[in-house]
Structure formats: C-alpha cells, structure tokens
Design a protein around this ligand. Structure first.
Ligand SMILES: [Zn+2]
Length: 171
C-alpha cells in the first residue's frame, strides 16, 4: 500500500467529474487500498479517488474512532437513490481543504446504491455521520466541494486564502 499525495484547493483537478468504473479488478482494489492508507495517514474519515488525482467513481470511508478496530468501507460507483426531507447540520472538513471547517446542512438520511470492493451490488440506508460523509464524498465525484454549500462570501475567502498559499509555494 502506498500513501499518495493529496490534491489541494484550488487545483482544478478537484472540479473534474469522475468517470464510472467498468470493472472491479485487482488494480482497482489496490487503488482502494492506497486510498485507505492515504486517508488513515492524513488522518481523515473519507476520501474520493479524485483527491489523489484519479478521476474514477470510487470512495473510501472509515468512521471508527481512534483506538477502535478499523472499519474500512469501499464504495464503487456510489449513487444516491433517495434522500430524506429532514436535514441535519455537521461541521465538515476536507483533506483537500486542510484546516478549514464549516457547518453544512444536508439531508439527514440517504439511501446509496454501490458496488463493494469485490464488485458486489450493495445498498445502504445511512443516517448520522455516515449520511453526511457519503454525500460529501459523492459530491467530490461530481466536482463539488463542501465549500460550495456555504455562503458565497465565506467560499470566496477560503478560495482566496488557498490560492495565495499555492502561489507562494510555487515561488
Ligand atoms: Zn472532501
């Protein structure tokens, strides 16, 4: 397993729409292992393939707490098939937007259809943190970031800050 470099805002790669995966094979499983390794190293609780520069529809999540046994989840071609009218608010962060957090309101429950790591069709009725995390990561597959769900003023401030930081690194 390899820890991959993370793509950071404002890299335009993050705005790409990821392509569906046609075949679940050992290369893809290896990629999912690398994604988990990268996520654990960061550390984070969710990661989409595009965040390591691979525009394919796959994401990994692990909501286990520190000290608990790991619970890695792999979602291939995940699709939200229904979402609740009731909403919940979580303070979200993103490995591609380090050290920035903001409250985001989303549907409290979602049903997500996907293929697991073995390519088997599955579906999950998620609520709580898993529901929020799935929506955040599926957004990534569509080139959407959590800052797109906050006020325009706040979003512009964050983008400006990260653009400045990226420029100073190049120089
Ligand atoms: Zn993210």
């Amino acid at each position: 397993m390899t820890i991959k470099p993370l793509i950071i805002l404002p890299d335009p790669v993050l705005r790409q729409v990821s392509k569906p995966i046609e075949r679940v094979d050992t290369d893809l499983q290896r990629l999912s292992d690398d994604m988990l390794e990268t996520m654990y190293d960061a550390p984070g609780i969710g990661l989409a393939a595009i965040q390591i520069g691979v525009p394919r529809r796959m994401l990994v999540i692990d909501l286990s707490k520190e000290g608990e046994e790991k619970q890695p989840l792999v979602f291939i071609n995940p699709e939200i098939v229904s979402s609740s009218d009731d909403r919940s608010v979580y303070e979200e962060g993103c490995l591609s937007i380090p050290d920035y957090y903001a409250e985001v309101e989303r549907p409290a429950k979602v049903t997500v259809k996907y293929l697991d790591r073995e390519g088997k069709e599955e579906s999950v009725e998620a609520d709580g943190l898993l529901a929020t995390c799935l929506q955040h990561e599926i957004d990534h597959l569509n080139g959407v970031l959590f800052i797109d769900h906050i006020s325009r003023l706040k979003r512009e401030m964050v983008i400006k800050k990260f653009t400045k930081a990226a420029k100073s690194k190049v120089l």
